[in-house]
Structure formats: C-alpha cells, structure tokens
Write a protein that binds this ligand. Structure first.
Ligand code: GLC
Length: 494
C-alpha cells in the first residue's frame, strides 16, 4: 500500500508535506516508507556534530594508525582491526592477542581488568558534566544538528532504558546523558539526532572482529536481540523524538524495518534515517564477502532498501550526487577520544573548512565528530577546530546554509586555486579554496549576466570584468589570509 495522506494537526513538527497542509501517515510497508521525502531542514543544515562518548572514553586510547581507507589499502582489514585507530573499538581491540591496545591495557589497568569496570569511572565523572557547554560550543561552530552515540558496539547504554542489558547488570549511564544533552541542544536552537549500534553489540555476540567478514557475522541474530534493539529504537523515538535515526553497521535480518521506520516517521515526520540499516542475508550462508568488500572500498556499507541519506565515512563523493549524503569523520583518525592524537594527526582548521565546502558543493552535509574525554571535557585541539569552522561560517555562512549544488561543483582560477560552487535561488557563490596572492584573479570558464553585482564576503563590492576565458575580479589588496573566500554573484545562477 502507498503512504496515505490525511489531514494532520500541525504542532511541534513541520514537514515539507505539512507545510503544504497535509502530512503522510506511513504504513509498515517498504513502499510506504519510501514515500518519505528528505525534509528541507536536512538539506539546509550542512553541518552536524557527531559525538562518540562512552566507556571507551575513559581509557581513551588507540594507536594513531591513520585514516580508514588509507590503512585498509595499505594493511588490509586484518591490519586495520589489529591496530585499530578508532578508540571506541577499545573493547574489541583489547581481545585481539598482541594488539597495541591489549599491551596498553595490561600495563595501565592490568590484563584482568574487565572493560565493563570503566563504568565506575564514567558514571562518577559524568555526574558533574554540563551539557550546555557542549551545546554552546556546537552552536558557535555553526552546527545545525548533533548526533550522539546512545549505544556503541560495546553495548553500554547512555540512557536509563526500561530494557536494561540482560547480560550485564547496571550496564548503563547512571545519569540520563541522552536526555540531558537533547534538552541542552534544543535549548541552543539545534536539532538532536541519535546514533545506535544496531549491528554490533558485543554483549549479545562476542565474536572478535579481526577481519571484515567478522563485522557482518558479528551481528547478533537471535530473536531476543531483534526485540531488544527494536525496543530501544522505539524507546529512543518516544522519549527524545530524534531528528535523525543514525544506525550503525547493520541490523538483524529478522527485524521488520518498515514497521520501525513507519513508527518513526509517524512520530517525527521531519526525521531522517541513515543508510546503515543493512540486513545481511543469513541462514543460507554467510553474506557475500566480495559484494561487501566492494561497497566498503567505496566508503560505505551496502545500502538497505530504504534510507534518506548515504553516509560515506572518512570519504567524500567526488561529484554532485542527486541523493542526499552526509560524510562523517573524526577530527583525527578516531571517533572516540584518543589521548595519543596530537594536532599532527588532525585536520588543520583550513583543511576542515575546505573539505566542508567541497562536500556542500556536491550535495553533502558534514557530520564532524568530537570525542570528549570520559568526564565530558572536549579536548582543546578539537574545540579550537570547531571554533575556527564557526568563525569562517560567521562570514561565509550565506554561501553554505540553505544552499544547493549548482550545475557544476568545481572550478579553478587562472592561478590554479581550486573553486567550489553553491547556489541559492538565482545567486551563485564561487568559493576560492585559498588566498590569492595577486589582486587580479580570473574565475576560469565562468560567464555571468551583464551587470550582475559581485561581492566578496567580509569586504563588499568588487570589480568584475567578463572575458572569454572567464570572469576577472579585482580583490582587495592586501587580502587577509583565510582558508577560503566567497565571491557572490547576484543572479549568477539564473
Ligand atoms: C563505524 C565504526 C564506528 C563509528 C562509525 C561512525 O562503522 O564502527 O566506530 O561509530 O562507524 O561512522
């Protein structure tokens, strides 16, 4: 059956549909949930903050092996898992004999110290955490939404669930960290989304993940887990009305996802669902490793039959994509806090800005991750990078928020500086990904309507002359160094 339309009392949520006076009621069928339209807010938002916070934030340790795809290309998946730079994987890395994490753990906590005992420290230290300071930082960074890990692969819950873990008593935060952050984020005017690891829960399936295939074979498939994960998602939906359902790794094969998705859309019509609810075929044999390897090499899991947006990880799409996408990555090589990371392992503020602009020009959002320490302190180097992004957005945000890709994403200046384009209505924005050293710069191949006004953000009107080879602009001299400069051409996208 197709999603039905009925009149809907518009209250807290506005959807593209409700703005037109109606809202969908979704049926628990694939066809129905597929009728969901990605809401404008998600297209407009561009920047979200990802937060990985949990028991792994207490040891906060991983080798700084490198960025995902480079490491896998160099060392294969076995090499990746054995020296996993994702600190939130501590519990798994610990169980790989001879791994750097196993040695670190033995030295600092003792080989017999159970991972679960980090809960004592975590619960003690989070009692004085102030969520409004986080929300304030995220707002200053220019983010429009936040996504928090409510349960990562270790299974520890960041909210007081009515469905506690059946195998580990008291294995949850003693404070409602999800609720407290949700409140603070909304008070700051941002939207709140929730991450849940539906595909891996090492308390239900303790298979050590030492190679890529273990990732898919490690998904708990027993009926108790299907019920548990579904109950959690529904509880999170009911309690916190998340604007984003950000599932990870996959989902048990027996789960009825159209039922879950329709429940979500009927509760939060403006919500969006990511593309990591993949249900691998089980029963007749293992998932097809070749297909899985190929999809992962492209920076993503195989897509499930329904999603609102794609999620390349430590990867970006090279061209404009019609489908909405969101690239996620840490500021360094890890999502969870890693005390080994220095600024040398992190994106510089300029790299962060430029990558963000590149993503936006191709129809993506950036979900940039912070990894707070166990007590909720956001390391200075991470906060500084967010502040730098916010400072750039304070001047250039008009070219970003609410923009859409133009007919092409990339260009260059005559001096070889990279450009990215965005548009809003009929206005065109050409964003130079560096500071030109000469005042005269030609935006190669660009033709604009006669008489269009041309401005440089942060300065004002600038002279522009149309040539056959492109548009030559005269920039103020000296021009202060910035990671990127925006030239607005009013009516240039008409
Ligand atoms: C992954 C990782 C993980 C991280 C995430 C973020 O697949 O397993 O630790 O949470 O994706 O994209």
């Amino acid at each position: 059956m197709v999603a039905r339309c009925r009149s809907f009392p518009v209250t807290a949520y506005r959807t593209s549909n409700s703005e037109k006076g109606t809202a969908m009621t979704y049926e628990p069928t694939l066809e129905s949930v597929r009728a969901h339209v990605v809401p404008d807010w998600f297209h407009d938002a561009k920047l979200g903050i990802f937060i990985h916070w949990g028991l792994y934030s207490v040891p906060g340790w991983a080798p700084t092996t490198g960025p995902l795809h480079e490491v896998v290309a160099r060392e294969g998946w076995q090499g990746w898992f054995a020296r996993n730079p994702y600190a939130e994987w501590y519990m798994n890395s610990l169980r790989i004999p001879g791994s750097p994490t196993a040695s670190y753990h033995a030295q600092h906590f003792g080989a017999d110290f159970p991972y679960e005992r980090f809960a004592e420290t975590f619960n003690r230290d989070t009692s004085s955490w102030d969520p409004s300071r986080w929300a304030d930082l995220f707002r200053r960074a220019g983010a429009q939404y936040v996504v928090l890990t409510t349960k990562h692969h270790d299974g520890f819950l960041l909210w007081p669930s009515a469905r506690p873990n059946p195998f580990r008593e008291g294995y949850h935060a003693s404070r409602d960290l999800v609720g407290d952050l949700t409140g603070a984020v909304r008070d700051a005017g941002l939207r709140m989304g929730l991450y849940y690891s539906g595909g891996l829960d090492w308390t239900f399936n303790d298979r050590v993940i030492a190679d890529i295939i273990d990732l898919f074979m490690g998904v708990p498939q027993q009926p108790e887990y299907v019920e548990y994960a579904n109950a959690h998602w529904k509880e999170l939906i009911d309690r916190y009305q998340p604007s984003v359902l950000w599932n990870d790794i996959g989902y048990p094969a027996a789960a009825n996802l159209p039922e879950l998705f329709s429940y979500y859309y009927n509760t939060v019509p403006e919500g969006v669902i990511n593309d990591r609810f993949t249900q691998a075929p089980v029963g007749d044999g293992p998932p097809d490793p070749a297909a899985i390897m190929q999809a992962i090499a492209q920076g993503m899991l195989p897509a499930p039959p329904h999603f609102d947006f794609r999620t390349p990880e430590y990867a970006v799409f090279p061209d404009i994509k019609a489908e909405k996408w969101e690239s996620c990555r840490g500021l360094g090589y890890s999502f969870g806090y890693n005390r080994n990371e220095t600024v040398d392992d992190m994106l510089s503020p300029a790299e962060l800005v430029r990558s963000f602009v590149d993503i936006v020009s191709k129809n993506g959002n950036l979900l940039i991750n912070v990894g707070p320490m166990g007590d909720g302190t956001i390391p200075t180097e991470q906060a500084e990078r967010l502040e730098a992004l916010g400072a750039w957005l304070a001047v250039n945000g008009e070219a970003i928020y609410g923009s859409r890709p133009w007919t092409r994403a990339e260009g260059t200046t005559d001096g070889g500086i990279g450009m990215r384009f965005t548009r809003k209505g009929s206005d065109l924005y050409a964003i130079l990904l560096d500071t030109p050293q000469q005042p005269q710069v030609t935006l190669t191949g660009l033709t604009i309507p006669a008489g269009a006004s041309v401005t440089l953000f942060g300065y004002g009107d600038i002279a522009a002359v149309q040539h056959d080879s492109g548009l030559t602009v005269t920039l103020p001299s000296p021009l202060a160094d910035a990671p990127a400069h925006t030239i607005k051409i009013a009516g240039g996208a008409a």
